[in-house]
Write a protein of this length. Sequence first.
Length: 70
Amino acid sequence: MPSKQLSGVVCELVAGTRRFEDQVKDGDLVLEPVGRETQAASWAVLRAGGVLVSIVVPPDQEAAAALEAR
């Protein structure tokens, strides 16, 4: 899995052949461009206090609260 260091942040590029939620854990930020199932799975890769930003559908506030995410 390719990684790139950007100003102290590691960006993981996950190809579509594997479930990303099995590859990435304890993320500070998820940029989610798909919605629905992808957004639901994105919560699993965030650490407590992490941030999920979606450009498609507003993030589920109940899921965010349960994970102490934003």
